[in-house]
Design a protein around this ligand. Sequence first.
Ligand code: FAD
Length: 520
Amino acid sequence: MEFIFLCSRVNVLILLLTLCSPYKFIQSPMDFGPLNLLQTTYESSRDFGRIVFNTPAAVLRPQSKTDISLLLSSLSASSLSRVTVSARGAGHSIHGQAQAVDGIVVEMESLPLEMDIHNREGKNEISFMDVSSGALWIEVLKESLKFGLAPRSWTDYLHLTVGGTLSNAGISGQTFKFGPQISNVLQLEVVTGQGEFVTCSRSENSELFYSVLGGLGQFGIITKARIILQKAPEKVKWIRAFYNDFDTFTKDQELLVSMPDSVDYVEGFKVLNEQSLHSSSVGFPGNIGFLPDFGTKEKPKVYFCIEFAVHDYQLEHINVDEVVRDISRQMSCMQAQFYSVEVSYFDFLDRVSMEEISLRKKGLWDVHHPWLNMFVPKSGIVEFKELLMEYISPDDFMGLILIYPLLRDKWDGNMSAVLPEVGSTDRFMYVVGVLQSASPDTCNHHCLHNLLQHQRLFAQTACDRIGAKQYLGHQPSPFHWRQHFSQRWDRFARRKSQFDRNYILGPGQGIFTNPQFASS
Ligand code: FAD
């Protein structure tokens, strides 16, 4: 996009857009009143993936929800407008999901930060925080800890916005116990695609509430969320245990997630090579004395690590060390490969920032991230693991492969998030995150293209053969999105026509095109 905006008043801008031929999508001038649209920035056209770079025509840095409502109601009122709008949280998507080519990016972090805690501890009521959607989870954590409280469900990395993760699901090692972050929201304030300002919950405007949670930014822009809080522990016992056998690893993971009264967090990862053992240990403050034999290039040996945690609630009748000992007796990890450390709750939740610092130092943070996350039915997890070994080569894989179980009954089927369709008897499903990095120094455009093609093929095979579903994923066309949603497509499309009837929101996902302009 070569055109540079020099104006700040949007009606002047629209006049320019109307006159300038590249902006054919705007057919008539619109009056946005006192809104300030700004010229595009590098940030607004990139994300963590560093794969897709779409330049918007302008950026809105809203100072209030009214700014967002004004923008969307003005666009929605003009049936001829083709301008699209994307909310951008922290821009940690992989495939341009928060971008809007030739449209308007709304930078949610500029909304004034509001965090109101309602502490109901001891009153037999639920404590919660009302928080503006552009807040980062790390800010939510710091504020709630001042009151001895914290949200129940997290993501591994906390420099993500509340609105961004609630538009996907928000999962981590607590999901087995409390469900994803979208299951831990009491109420939302949303500006719909029509610019209407709506408060919604399970009992009030519930259709919008369910649509927006996991809704990939398609139905409205979340401006505020009411997040459930609980009493925060002070300390956490953080444990890592190693396995040389996949079946024992998953059996023990399933054992741990079946003990929600004692266990507070469960994840796991694949140990492919020295690099993966070392990089996954950066945040873990214990000394890992595991020196595995990785075999040869022809006959590689891989290992697995379970990571789990037990919170110290400082209750007199609970001795955390005893709880951990009890649990460990029931596990079948490799002899002597059980490591335990005690850390503060804050450091535990913020553990990925240690990895970020280390990767930044090595120049490996701002690189391509062709990440792939999939939900895999339990019935297909062994086949998935085998397919994965055909897809990656252990000796040169750069990154981390996360594998951990989730419980289906912690997810609300009314919400928009898509899960594998499996028999009702399958209690568990797995999330597998293939979090690969590719440095531009060693992987050029052609190499990245090949990597993504290969990944696409792998994901499609896993969907077709095993019934796996992508999480945080990108689909190559609206047709593929339909396949992704399968039975849920009609509901998703109906909700779109209800809450964003002019198809203004979320163009970066590539799910919908406005049928009015489909053939032109
Ligand atoms: P963005 O990338 O800015 O936006 C994501 C989508 O949400 C876009 O479609 C955007 O339009 C929409 N959106 C943003 N804000 C709003 C809003 N206020 N209202 C409506 N729509 C909105 N995810 C997990 O679940 N668990 C993890 O453990 C985890 N770890 C991660 C670690 C790292 C290092 C990274 C980079 C990502 C991780 N993620 C994880 C993925 C992350 O949850 C998603 O990429 C999420 O979208 C990032 O939030 P964001 O604020 O950057 O959103």
